[in-house]
Each structure stands twice: as C-alpha cells, then as structure tokens.
Design a protein around this ligand. Structure first.
Ligand code: DSN
Length: 432
C-alpha cells in the first residue's frame, strides 16, 4: 500500500523518481517512507536557504547509478584500478565542461565537498603554520577559512580582516593595510553570507603587493560567475575552490580550478592522495551533467532571474521595515538584521516560526552580532532554489508579505497555518 504522503508527492514527481520510490517501497519501506516525505516537503515548501537548490532529474538520478560501484583512485589515464575506461571518459567530460564554464586551464572535479576542496587547496598552497588572511565566519566567511576548531584554524596561523562597521562592505584599503602589516602566505576571498560583489582584481593587487597567493572560494556565487552575472575570479585568483550544489545547481560536491600549471599539479596531488581516496564517480557524472546544463544559454537567464528575485525580495523587505546588512544585494542572497523590526526577535525564532509556515530559511549571525551563533539576530535568505521552480519578482513580493505576517504574529500557530496554505498555493503555481 502506498502511503498518503507518497501518493500526494507522486503527483509532482517525474517518472524516474516515482519508480525509485516504488522500488524503495519494496526494498526498504522504512527508508522509503522518510524519502517520500522529504520529496513532499521539498515540493510543498519554499526553500530560501541561500546555499540550497533543486537539481534536475538527470543530475539527481545519475547519482543513483552504476558508477557508485567503482573504485577509480587516480586520474583519467592513470588509475590504481582496472575497469575505469568509462569513468575516465566521464571525468574528462566533467573537467572539460568545468574549464569551458569558468574559462580556466585546469579543473579537479574530485573533491567530495567545498570543505574538502579547501583542505586540498590549503595543502597545495601553504605549509602547516603558514599565515592566512581571511574574513571570519562571524562576519560572513566560512568555517573552513580559519575557524579555530576547523582544520584551517588548527593547522594554520589565521589573521582576520573584517567588514567596514558602517557600510558592512569589504574595505579594500583596510584589507591592504592588514596584509602589509601581517604578510600572509595566502589571502582568501569568497564568502557564505556576503550579499555584495567581490572585487577580485582589487584582492589580486593586494596579494601581489605582499607576495601572497590569492584563493577565491566561490562556493555561493559559482552559478552567477559561470553565467557571467558576477565577475569572474579569473584571471585574478591563483586558485579557486567551489561547491557544485548551490547557485551552480549541480550535485553536492566540490571542485578546484586554476590557470597555473604548477598549481594544477600540486592541487591534483593534494586532492589524491593528499586528502582523499576513491573519487565519488557517480557524483562526478552528475557534475558533468550539471556543467552541461550550465553551459546551455538558458542557464544565464536563470542566473539573471536569481539576482532579480533577490533584489525584488530586498526591496520588499526594506518596505516592510527590515534592515538589510550592507543595505541590499548584488547576488543571490540577502542578510536581514531582525533587530530594527523587533528588538526581541532572534534569528532562531524567525527560522522556527517560518518553518512552521512552510518557508525554509536559516538563522545567521549579522556583522557584530551580540547574540551567539545558535541564536543570532539575523536571517539569511537566498533565491537560487525558488528561482529554479519559476518564482518571479512578483512572487518574491508575495513571499515577503507572508514572511512578514509570520514575524508580525510572533509565530502564532493559526497565523502560521494560514500562511502555510498560501505557501502551498504558491508551490502549486510553481511546481518543481
Ligand atoms: N553551509 C554552507 C552555507 O550554508 O553557506 C556553506 O558551506
């Protein structure tokens, strides 16, 4: 017997997904029940987490394929296992498409995640103990850029730069001053919660002035960069790391890019055998497919709409009395300071109440946040996933209206229920 959740979900699912759920119902009803419920959750809620997206059916189902059965340690043409002929061809396709997408000379598509890509990039460019200059996580950086408990903060000498406290923008003069004073081996740009354009050329000029390596982590904006909607880290950064699953809309994974032949050799060695064993070939196939999709001209339209939607959301939020960090957005995300709207309101409350109403977000620290990371005074909202399901600027205004109703009611149960019904109807208008 199919569960109610499965039946409801199946109406929205492509044939391959329906077959998968049918198969799982026979093979493992317990897992099947939870997977069907998750498919339904994704279908019936609005995903505003800035780092998430909805992949195509081809990307999703290529991950559940024969390629998961294979060990392929090494690189195309130089493997430690037999039987890799087709894996070589698939990995070469992924590498070539990545190079075409980002206009660079070398791509390593094996990192299992963005953090894994960063481990290999650090190992390629720095020795343990070397000094690295980066934006801390509390100001919008990433944990793998130097947080103390992370490998980066444990094995390297991390020096922080920060945002301008007034404008909440990168202050290139101040970054330059700190770089000259501290002489880092490597400077990192690229962030998890920075809504503005990054000036890669300015960073490179600072790096050159102090003889540092420039690393750009474009995990969040990779799709915008690939589409030409955000400026490219090439030719400025020596080494570029990214995830493949955020605005780039591929499978969960990482990648390292470079234009420099010597750095390319180091990167390959530090990914394998330096920090990883067997590559996830089923995920590499899905990366190849996603890169192929991103090379299609329609991806540029998608990426432009992501930014248009974020700007529409930003304007609507400001009209409702919310303060946006840095005053707005140039990319796919906005960082909302909840305090001016309601001094008692925390990011944790907002995240929980919105989830009750079917709007999925994450609490996020704002620059100089007085509250701890599990509470926060901010909310990070992104438009990559809702743009994939077709929401436009008008729909973003509707979403902000609903979000504000939830905030205004302080998470009142019946108001959240009523908003949830409106969310459901938006989801039906813009099905996955
Ligand atoms: N956890 C990711 C994000 O949400 O930004 C970064 O890795």
């Amino acid at each position: 017997m199919m569960s109610q959740a499965h039946q409801t979900t199946s109406q929205h699912l492509d044939e391959a997904s329906q077959q998968l759920l049918k198969l799982l119902e026979q093979a493992d009803p317990e897992v099947s029940r939870h997977m069907a419920a998750e498919a339904q959750r994704q279908s019936n809620t609005l995903e505003l987490i800035a780092s998430e997206n909805h992949v195509s059916s081809a990307v999703m189902h290529s991950m559940g394929s024969w390629l998961t059965n294979k060990y392929a340690e090494g690189y195309p043409g130089k493997r430690y296992y037999g039987g890799c002929e087709f894996h070589d061809q698939i990995e070469n396709l992924a590498r070539d498409r990545a190079k075409a997408l980002f206009g660079c000379a070398h791509a390593n598509v094996q990192p299992h995640s963005g953090a894994s890509a960063n481990i290999a990039a650090f190992m390629a460019m720095c020795k343990p103990g070397d000094r690295i200059l980066s934006l801390p996580i509390k100001s919008g950086g990433h944990l793998s850029h130097g947080l103390k408990p992370n490998f980066s903060g444990t094995f390297y000498d991390i020096v922080d730069y920060d945002l301008d406290p007034e404008t909440e923008l990168l202050d290139y003069d101040e970054i330059r001053r700190i770089a000259i004073e501290t002489k880092p081996r490597m400077i990192i740009c690229g962030y998890s919660a920075y809504p503005r354009t990054i000036d890669f050329a300015a960073f490179r000029s600072i790096a050159d002035e102090v003889g540092a390596v420039l690393m750009a982590d474009i995990a969040h904006i990779a799709g915008l960069v690939a589409a030409g909607v955000h400026s490219s880290p090439f030719p400025h950064a020596h080494i570029v790391t990214t995830t493949t699953h955020k605005t780039l809309r591929g499978p969960r994974g990482g990648m390292i890019l470079t234009d420099d032949e010597e750095i390319a050799k180091l990167v390959d060695r530090k990914v394998f055998p330096g920090s990883q064993g067997g590559p996830l070939m089923h995920v590499i196939a899905a990366k190849a497919i996603a890169f192929g999709e991103a090379l299609d001209p329609s991806f540029e339209t998608y990426a432009r709409n992501v930014v248009t939607n974020a700007q529409a959301m930003a304007t609507a939020l400001v009209e409702k009395g919310y303060r946006l960090c840095s005053g707005g957005t140039d990319n796919h995300l906005v960082l909302v300071d909840l305090q001016p709207r309601d001094a008692e309101l925390t990011g944790a409350d907002a995240e929980r109440w919105l989830e009750m109403a079917g709007i999925i977000t994450n609490k996020n620290g704002i620059p100089n946040d007085p509250r701890p990371p599990m509470v926060t005074s901010g909310l990070r909202l992104g438009t990559a996933a809702v743009t994939t399901r077709g929401l436009d600027a008008g729909a973003m205004v509707e979403v902000v209206e609903l979000l504000d109703r939830v905030m205004g009611s302080q998470g009142d149960e019946s108001e959240c229920q009523s908003v949830c019904e409106s969310v459901r109807s938006i989801c039906e208008r813009f099905p996955l």
